[in-house]
Each structure stands twice: as structure tokens, then as C-alpha cells.
Design a binder for this molecule. Sequence first.
Ligand code: ATP
Length: 325
Amino acid sequence: MKSKVLAALRSRKGYVSGQELCENLGVSRAAVWKGVQKLKQEGYRIEAIPNKGYCLMDSPDVLNAEELKNFRKTAWAGTQIVYYDVTDSTNIQAKRLAEEGASHGTLVVAGRQEAGRGRRGRSWESPEKDGIFMTLLLRPDFKPKEASMLTIVAAMAVTKAIQTMYGIRAGIKWPNDIVLNGKKICGILTEMNTEIDAINYVVVGIGINVSNRKFESEASFIATSLEAESGKTIHRAKLIAAVLEQFEFYYDKFCKAKDLSDIMEEYNRYLVNMDKQVRILDPKEPFTGISRGITEKGELIVTAENGTKLVSSGEVSVRGIYGYV
Ligand code: ATP
């Protein structure tokens, strides 16, 4: 009943009379009233005015498939939504769904992850209600070597979504970290399943720290959350919807150009290491140089003592000379 009342209130901008709700839902006034009370207890702000009826003023930060569907405004991203209160990792679930035939644009979201991962198998702290844990499944028709550029597309999308929704201007640490006040608020993990020369599917996992105040072990030195830094209240379902919207926008640009040429200038404006000295932690040969932005293929241009180098993501991490950024 509660969900039906919520859907009915959402389908109308403004007030709906109790009588109309009863008739449309085929239930008694008492049942409608009970549904409204339950919603209020969950944090939905519903105004009730005699002779006018009920009006939904605001929704709380509740995460479930219904809320995600309600705020989604995209053409293809998130047309299928799979939500888990708890899962191992949204990337693992997205890959499983992909094997079962799930379509391009399927979105997997979890309230908490028990085995969230970053690059190179490192763990991603994913506590309940404190973060966004989402994975988008893509079935692109480009070549496997082009898929790593999707990390850049996703980083751009998340950064823009945060800015558009909350006016918070975060930066990007190449290739896949989003940084606020010098600390990490988001990580992106792109994984793919390929044939020799074709992609079966790609999963783009995005973890955003929304309200964490504490982090464990090594993350405690480099991590922070949107709420901790900005003092703003973040609504996860709305932010996820904004990320999807921005992802579609940049993904379409990427598909048209077949590379990052229409995105790289904007990406470079958000690059926290732009024109700064960086340490490239290449397991084969670490080196230091000045970062000069990305190429249309997503490599980082670094001018080092012995010439200019193009660094591909993969196994490489970038650090500032004096710390994380
Ligand atoms: P870098 O290139 O800077 O080394 P990365 O891109 O390889 O980072 P990720 O794959 O994004 O790293 O994430 C894994 C790392 O992030 C872990 O080693 C851990 O230190 C840190 N970490 C784990 N959980 C979180 C979190 N919730 N927020 C921020 N950082 C985290």
C-alpha cells in the first residue's frame, strides 16, 4: 500500500485529495492514511491540507530499485536496475548478469558491499548507507584496447554529476580517482570480458564516498567523503541518476569520436596534477616528471628528464611529489 500511495503522490505535481487516492487505489481512507503515516515515518515529507489533500514535498535518502527508477532520466543507462541491500561487489554481480544475457545499460546498485574492490584486487571500503556502490554494464562495439578509455568517461561523468547536483567542484587524479580537497572521494574500476578482437561486455564500477567520517587502515590517510568535505546533504538515488545522465552524455561523445578528443580538454581542466610534478609508480620503472594532461587515447602526457612519455593506465599509479595528490 505504502508504495502505491508513494507512486500516486509522485505521479502528480501538487496535491491529491484523499478521496481521489482512495478511488484510484481502490482502498479505504484509513488505508491511505496508514500508507501516508508509514511513508512519513521513513522520512518522506508529505504535507496534508484539509480540502486539498496530500502533497509529496521531499524524499529521504532511501536507496532501493523504486527510488532509483523514480529519479532516472536517461535514455538507456539504467533502463534495467538491479538493487541489493547487501552484495559481495556490484562489479561481480554485473558480470554475472552479463553472462546471463543482461542488456547494455543494466545498472547494479548495492546499499553495502562485502567484497568491494579497487584496481589490482585492492579492497574498497563500502559501509552501509555511507556510499554509492554502482556498476553499469555496457556492450560496446569497439575494440578491447579502447575500453580503458571508459574509465576516463566515467570519471568525467561523476565529477560533472557532483558539480551539477551540489555545486561541488572536485578534481580528477588520472586516471580513475576523484579528489576533493586533496583526498579521494571516488574510485572507478573498469573490467571487461573479451574475445580476441571484440568486447563481450564491460562493467564500469563506481564507488563514491557520500557520508563516511572514518576509514580503515591505508584509506584513512587518503580518503574523505562528499558530506564530510562540503557539509551538504547528499541524496544517493538523485546523485546516481545524475551520474547516469552525465555518463550517457560523455559516452555518446566518446562513441561518436571513437576516442576522447571531444572530452579531453574538459577532463584536463579537472586534472588535479595538471602541470605539476608527479611520481609515476610504474612497477617496471618508476619515474618523476611534469604531468601535461591526457591524450585523445586517455594516456597521461608526462615530461620527464629524458623526454616526453605517454603513460597508459593499467598497472600504473600516479602520486604527487609530497603525497597522494
Ligand atoms: P592509485 O592509482 O591512486 O594507487 P587506484 O586507482 O589504484 O589508486 P583504487 O583501485 O581506486 O585505487 O582503490 C583502491 C585503493 O583505494 C585501496 O588501496 C585503498 O587504499 C583505497 N580505498 C579503499 N576504500 C576506499 C574508499 N572508500 N575511499 C577512498 N579510498 C579507498
